[in-house]
Ligand binder design. Sequence first.
Ligand code: NAP
Length: 294
Amino acid sequence: MSARIIDGKTIAADLRGKVSDAVHRLRRDRGVVPGIAVVLVGDNPASEVYVRTKSRAVADSGMRAFDYKLPASASEAQLLDVVAKLNADEEVSGILVQLPLPRQIDAQKIIAAIDPAKDVDGFHPVNTGRLAIGLPALVPCTPLGCVLLAKTVHETLAGLEAVVVGRSNIVGKPVAQLLLAENATVTITHSRTNDLPSVCHRADLLVAAIGRAEMVRGDWIKPGATVIDVGINRVPLEAGKFSVVGDVAYAEAAQVAGAITPVPGGVGPMTIACLLLNTLRAACAQKGLSAPKM
Ligand code: NAP
């Protein structure tokens, strides 16, 4: 068997196109222009690349992008001050503080200071709690992207046996909550799970969010299963070069799975598309408008 490749690039481009159209209509019919503030503290090169990519995507979608850059030496109080100003700014529909933050700043304190209605990363405890108890919430972008990709394969996720490998607050836990909300039967696994290969082998839908290059092998996968690989791992090659691989051994897994996301080009592009979607939803909610269906 050779798995269908879930083309995240194309699916994300389609979603971004729909968000752009909705932004255009919102501006034309209601005079509302969603805006997102991206706050970067310090000069972590990976974060700078992410922030540049995000800002470009925001501008391409017709939304406003407000970029804030603070030095690596910025204090927690300075960052809290920026967040308070953005909370109060009506032109800002969504606030994203790029993580990780320098050591002197408590990330949880910053996340908790963001207005939950503008929390387009979906990390605020209010949104986390709302997701957990089944209320409408802004939900984290990468997990949302995983679920949207799975739904391109399965008309409904209801009743599927879903196994999530990884329990981080950023990916594993929220993706499990979203799958539960879709009525999948969800198992969350982690580094202390006994006999992980057997647990994975039960999955109709396997989500790998581990951060370990190609850890999930082909023989862990149930024939015909859908595999969503969240991992992004840099593997060194010769002469200072590197390649990027997922948490799933792709070549092996593609022989067994029914559908699989590649790395790169699977979950990654969905993250930014879902950030735009969240910002659009946040802007509509703040203006008392119902969010356009996607
Ligand atoms: P994380 O915070 O390091 O969490 C990793 C999880 O994997 C933890 O729950 C850990 O278990 C579990 N784990 C580690 N080793 C394991 C093992 N041997 N067996 C079973 N479970 C194991 O990572 P993360 O932030 O969730 O990110 C996961 C991956 O997704 C990374 O490669 C990251 O780069 C990628 N990522 C991609 C995107 C995207 O846009 N595509 C976005 C976010 C993250 P314990 O809790 O027991 O330690």
